[in-house]
Design a protein. Structure first.
Length: 664
């Protein structure tokens, strides 16, 4: 066999193994044998670079770096489905279809997967483009990332149409999601709220090899094209399975309402054993001509409906309540529960939010409580089964002192939370401030995760953010679970952080109410930390977007002696506490004096790039249309409320092309 034929055969063989493993969940060779095959192919491809093929299984781990996502218009808009939570409305849908068609019909029932929807275009059996839903009309081209998902075939088998589109859902299995969040928690990074958000976040990464590492999965459920092999939805997706797509085995063709409801009830229970999230059932008229006859409304097809299951609720015992003190000193009550399985994950803790909620639930230790999982990371308690309460149980009483430092808690007027006011000496507040300081959008000191910060704090090596700059390699390498290499890396990350721009340093300080945007605004107006520290309340509220609450907090921060000392120490360590006047960076002053609002979808630059362009040309960005707005930079599908407001105030719109021409 010649070399090329050998390479091709190996590629085919490995594609087959991938399909068996990722699509059929039925591996046919061991991981070791698989790795050996892949290695063999890699070596051959390296030796014969002339036979490179971007569709080879070796290319799946993703090597190309996408800088920005191109926006692509969908050939057929990605509509949503009409939703219902009621079986009565499912019956109404059935009757409506029956009346309209006035002939026999079948309904295909499928699981409604809860991930990120995707549109895949195949030409001549090859994946050419993968686009997210976006706004339904235009989405992001995430092809490079999608190629890193092993259950999506890059090349097809059998007899497929020369061009077609197939849509489906990208999903992060529960197990992968939990592992990813554990990793993030260790690094002190913010957690993903649920597998759906984690999936969308992953698809937006600029690094396909990280996408590959996160092991996403995909189910396909809808195929569109001019020459599909069959005239029913069911037959077409079964055919797509033969071409290599992952099609759920739960798809079922129902002939009458009884069969539909049997399906709905069966999967209400069974779906909890699936490795991925589902939130309902999708019902679709099977025959494509009947679908066409029923047609579409502006938002959704008349031939389909989604029945959504109620959020899953569990009943379990409240064992105790603990009180967590956050970075800002806010004290959050957490319910510790008897473990209960909910939507695929084990729940042991639930948020109780604040003292008012505890009171309104009249919570007692030992109560049987209802737990629900919404979109948040931590599930919440929604009710108490009072019938199971016995008189000996004690009422949950919110403490009056900080559980960490014993300071008396305070509650601001109009705020639900109690705060520990001891912000500079209460251990979780100190550790939280340090964790915020080193986080990615602040000083970006990688390697200093929550655990390391805790250890350093407990050993007395750091007590505030300035102490970070006195750390030595030996301080770190002697810590448990931290080797010499990690210690070296941390020290070098600390060194690099000295170059982080002033606006990030300002954000990193963790001044209450000074988030990323406010920090940017302050840094622009007060070019050095000395001038900001000297600014009066009146001067601060003069600044755009700085309200009284922020101004008060900034003044109070800089009035404290310990903060002045801290800033002096940061200055001595060499951090950037001022910024050069930005005027030098201006590309032109063509937009000087103009306040511009950006709205809609753009093709030539991203929104963030446009914001930058506006600033580089002397203009000002604003989020809301007002009488002060000079014009709206309007892309496609500008929001209707913005459009109305602009029309009412007579504010002109400038298209993307005209805007770019303006700056030429
Ligand atoms: S069919 C025109 N089938 O639900 C109908 N959608 O609100 C096209 N979804 O955006 C969609 N599972 O992301 C269809 N088995 C399934 C689905 C499904 C989940 C999602 C999809 C869509 C949304 C509709």
């Amino acid at each position: 066999m010649n070399v090329l034929a050998h390479i091709k055969e190996l590629r085919k063989e490995i594609d087959r193994y991938n399909h068996a493993y990722y699509v059929e969940n039925n591996p046919v060779i061991s991981d070791f044998e698989f790795d050996m095959k892949l290695k063999q192919l890699e070596e051959m491809e390296k030796a014969y670079p002339q036979y490179f093929d971007k569709n080879s299984p070796t290319q799946r781990v993703g090597s190309d770096l996408t800088k920005n996502f191109k926006q692509v218009e969908h050939r057929y808009p990605m509509l949503s489905l009409a939703n219902t939570y009621s079986e009565g409305e499912v019956m109404e849908f059935y009757n409506r279809v029956k009346k309209s068609l006035n002939t026999n019909f079948e309904i295909v029932c499928e699981l409604k997967f809860d991930g990120a929807s995707i549109s895949l275009i195949y030409e001549n059996g090859e994946l050419v483009t993968a686009v997210t839903r976006g706004n339904g009309t235009v989405g992001d081209d995430v092809t490079a990332n999608i190629r890193a998902i092993k259950s999506i075939p890059i090349t097809l088998n059998g007899n497929y149409p020369s061009r077609f589109e197939i849509r489906g859902e990208i999903l992060m299995p529960f197990a992968v999601f939990e592992g990813l969040n554990e990793e993030k928690a260790k690094k002190g990074e913010p957690l993903f709220a649920n597998p759906r958000n984690a999936t969308s976040g992953t698809l937006k990464l600029q690094n396909p090899s990280e996408v590959a590492r996160r092991k996403l999965d995909a189910y396909l459920y809808y195929i569109l094209g001019d020459n599909l092999p069959h005239n029913t939805h069911y037959d077409n997706i079964q055919q797509a399975k033969q071409w290599g797509f992952k099609i759920s085995d739960a798809v079922c063709c129902c002939k009458n309402p009884d069969e539909i409801f049997e399906y709905i009830h069966y999967w209400d229970i069974e779906r909890h054993h699936l490795p991925v999230a589902t939130d309902g059932i999708v019902l679709k008229v099977n025959d494509l001509i009947q679908q066409k006859n029923l047609g579409l409304t502006a938002k959704s097809p008349r031939w389909a409906i989604a029945y959504k299951y109620q959020a899953e609720r569990g009943l379990t015992r409240l064992n105790s309540v603990s009180y967590q003190v956050g970075r800002t000193g806010a004290v959050t009550p957490i319910a510790n529960l008897e473990p209960v399985l909910l939507s695929g994950t084990t729940v042991k803790r639930a948020s109780l939010h604040n003292a008012d909620i505890i009171d309104s639930l009249d919570l007692h230790i030992g109560d049987m409580v209802y737990v629900e999982k919404g979109g948040e990371i931590i599930p919440k308690i929604t009710g108490v089964e009072v019938s199971s309460r016995v008189t000996t149980m004690s009422k949950v009483i919110f403490p009056d002192k900080c559980p960490e430092c014993e300071s008396f808690l305070v509650r601001n007027e109009d705020e639900a939370a109690y705060y520990c006011p001891n912000d500079d000496n209460c251990p979780p507040q100190i550790k939280g401030k340090i964790a915020h300081f080193v986080s990615r959008k602040a000083m970006n000191i990688t390697g200093l995760g929550d655990e390391t910060i805790s250890l350093l704090y407990e050993k007395g090596l750091i007590g505030n953010v300035a102490d970070i700059y006195t750390l030595k390699e030996t301080d770190l390498s002697t810590l448990e679970r931290l080797g010499e290499k990690s210690a070296k890396n941390i020290i070098s990350a600390i060194e690099t952080s000295k170059q982080v721009p002033y606006e990030n340093v300002l954000f990193a300080l963790g001044i209450r109410y000074v988030g990323e945007t406010v920090a940017k605004r302050l840094a622009k107006t007060f070019r050095s930390i000395e001038s900001l520290a000297k600014a009066s309340f009146e001067e601060l509220v003069q600044v755009d977007e700085i309200g009284e609450m922020i101004a008060k907090s900034v003044v109070s921060y800089f009035s404290k002696e310990e903060h002045k000392t801290l800033i002096n120490r940061l200055q001595e360590a060499g951090l950037q506490l001022s910024s050069e006047a930005k005027e030098a960076e201006l590309k032109s002053s063509k937009l000087e004096g103009k306040t511009i609002v950006i709205s809609g979808v753009f093709y030539k630059h991203s929104r963030d790039e446009y914001k930058e362009i506006i600033e580089q040309n002397g203009g000002k960005n604003s989020g809301a249309i007002s009488a002060k707005t000079s014009f709206v930079l309007a892309g496609d599908n500008m929001g209707p409320s913005k459009k109305d407001k602009a029309d009412k105030l007579g504010i002109p719109s400038v298209s993307e092309d005209d805007f770019l021409a303006m700056l030429k």
